[in-house]
Design a protein around this ligand. Structure first.
Ligand code: GCU
Length: 597
């Protein structure tokens, strides 16, 4: 934990110009919340007129003041309440045609009434804002959050007023060379307040965070810790799992922290039986309820074991793209549709690429019995030697694990995707892998590593990053970027690592409804044939323990420009964004169903 505190302090030292969000509150679903979802007034501000004066100094009277003219000669050149509306949650690109390709600043404003309560603290919690968020309440800066896919919160107990208040958020989704991700991604740069916004009421001393899972490799030892936040930190706390006959008394130390180990007899969670337990944690001043499941995940040599039984991960990759309506997915219904298609495909596993998805995806996967690969957007060619970039990546990993560490279906934390094999990259990602392991000793660490040919028929997996991983991911595109689909019949795979391998990507594009012979690119027949050759090759790889072909559903990308075929869509989906299954969907479904027998 000390190392993490150092890394995060690095991030805070570098960004002292703004306060950083406070430590994340665990399990928003189990809290008293007031939703700020709905209509927010917005101002589209490409020149950041609301933030800088004409000398490019920060303007102390920026739009965040939300001032109104005091008299008829007062000059105020903006007015939120007369401005247009965006729905929150939701990206701006898919809500307004004029914002489809917009990259820059949009100001959001929301007024709300609040009745202050005794002995109650108040936080504002954002599910995610892409990419850079400056948050203000009643004209006063709360702080800044950087990173488009993880939650953050600010305490506003002493800043919220009785009666009317207003929140202003300056959102800038401009891609940055020193960003995480950087300027080059194969996905749409959806900007905005893309997930729920809630006020959270908690007691003066509350249970801010906790970790409750099975100890690594154990099927009956619950391990964990909990952290109180407030002014009376040393408390007796009860952890109850009634259905498992658990009622454990623990005591927090003067810092409000305690660890615990609880012997238990549990029904373990699995895809076949996604068993959840009701948990109640009572301190003398707070009660929080959660639904938690328990399972063990470990590797032995090149095999993966779930609850002590070898498992082959029948997966698919998924981007956080809303089916049918398009734009960023965020709702329970979006999650149920995407994961429902994965179940229909025969999956027991999904790779949530290339960044942490909204919490509904994880909670629905838990209920539907689907294992999860979770990933931070350390993608392609970020600036590996820049300390600020590392602090940003480390903070996003911290927020990802903090939010989801109690969700059993997540079995893999991935520290990145398809990054170049350089010493500085390997050092950067090893530090992230070490951080993930230090934060959570119960899960496996992975990444999509780089491979290379050692002769025309042999692909070697020996990426040095593999030394820091428990499971090797690798993307391969034989038949699409690499030769013809039939080339897969001639390829052998080799590795000196005695570790499980997951094909984290393979596939090819097809335009739904375009039919031709198997050699005609973009036809459904071409894509289906590619999958057939891939599956023949996969059957021969003894140390392959899973696969997440690229990708469940066609998704928007500014890099995909072929008119009439791509039109800003990456067409490697097995399903169109309208829910139409392509021929390759059934090729993979047949294979997965054959594995279930
Ligand atoms: C890469 C990358 C994906 C991308 C895919 C493609 O492997 O990881 O993000 O979309 O290839 O080219 O379609």
């Amino acid at each position: 934990m000390k190392k993490i505190a150092f890394i995060l302090s690095l991030f805070m030292i570098i960004r002292t110009d703004f306060a950083q969000p406070q430590s994340l509150i665990q399990n928003i679903e189990g809290r008293k919340t007031i939703s700020l979802n709905g209509d927010w007034h917005i101002i589209i501000d490409p020149y950041e007129t609301g933030f800088f004066n004409y000398r490019l100094d920060e303007d102390p009277n920026g739009f965040f003041k939300n001032v109104k003219p005091k008299n008829k000669s007062d000059r105020v050149e903006y007015d939120f309440d007369q401005s247009e509306i965006l729905k929150v949650p939701g990206d701006w690109n898919s809500q307004k045609e004029k914002l489809f390709l917009y990259e820059g600043t949009v100001w959001y404003k929301k007024s709300f009434d609040y009745n202050k309560k005794n002995k109650t603290r108040l936080y504002i919690y954002f599910g995610a804002v892409n990419y850079d968020a400056l948050v203000y309440i009643n004209g006063e800066k709360l702080g800044e959050h950087v990173g488009g896919f993880t939650p953050f919160n600010f305490e506003i107990t002493d800043k919220v007023k009785e009666g009317e208040n207003f929140i202003v958020v300056k959102v800038n989704n401009k891609r940055l060379r020193d960003g995480v991700p950087t300027v080059n991604t194969d996905w749409w740069n959806y900007g905005g307040i893309t997930r729920d916004v809630n006020l959270i009421e908690v007691p003066e001393t509350f249970i801010r965070d906790y970790f409750i899972q099975l100890a690594k490799g154990s099927k009956d030892n619950i391990c964990g810790w909990l952290q109180l936040d407030g002014n009376s930190l040393s408390q007796n706390v009860n952890i109850k799992i009634p259905e498992a006959g658990i009622d454990e008394a623990v005591k927090t130390d003067k810092n409000g922290y305690t660890t615990f180990k609880i012997k238990s007899k549990l029904t373990l969670w699995s895809p076949e039986n996604p068993k959840l337990y009701d948990i109640v944690i009572n301190s003398s001043s707070d009660t929080v309820k959660d639904k938690i499941s328990f399972r063990s995940i470990e590797t032995k040599g090149s095999k993966i074991f779930l609850n002590g039984k070898e498992i082959f991960l029948r997966g698919i990759s998924i981007h956080e793209e809303a089916p049918i309506r398009s734009g960023r997915a965020y709702s329970i219904e979006d999650a149920q549709m995407l994961l429902g298609w994965a179940k229909e495909l025969g999956c027991n596993f999904v790779r949530l690429a290339h960044y942490p998805h909204n919490e509904n995806m994880i909670r629905q996967a838990e209920q539907m019995g689907i294992l999860v690969w979770s990933e931070i957007p350390v993608y392609w060619t970020i600036l590996w030697d820049d300390e600020k970039v590392f602090a940003n990546a480390s903070n996003q990993l911290n927020e990802n694990i903090t939010r989801d560490k109690n969700r059993a279906p997540i079995i893999l934390w991935s520290v990145g995707n398809e990054t170049p094999r350089t010493d500085s990259r390997t050092k950067f990602m090893k530090k992230l892998a070490d951080q993930a392991r230090e934060m959570d000793s119960t899960r496996l660490i992975t990444a999509a590593t780089e491979t290379h040919y050692i002769n025309p028929n042999t692909i070697m997996i020996d990426d040095p990053l593999g030394k820091s991983l428990d499971v090797l991911g690798c993307n391969e595109y034989i038949g699409w970027y690499d030769g013809t689909p039939a080339k897969a019949d001639t390829i052998n795979w080799k590795t000196d690592y005695n570790k499980p391998l997951i094909f984290s990507e393979f596939g090819g594009g097809a335009k739904y409804g375009f039919h031709a012979d198997t050699t005609t690119i973009w036809s459904e027949e071409f894509q289906a044939n590619l999958y057939k050759h891939q599956i023949n090759m996969i059957k021969k790889i003894s140390f392959l323990q899973g696969m997440t072909p690229w990708i469940l559903m066609d998704f928007r990308s500014p890099k995909r420009l072929l008119p009439g075929i791509q039109d800003y869509y990456n067409r490697k989906g097995l399903i169109t964004n309208k829910g139409e299954m392509k021929m390759a969907f059934y090729v993979l479904q047949d294979y997965y169903n054959s594995l279930k027998k």
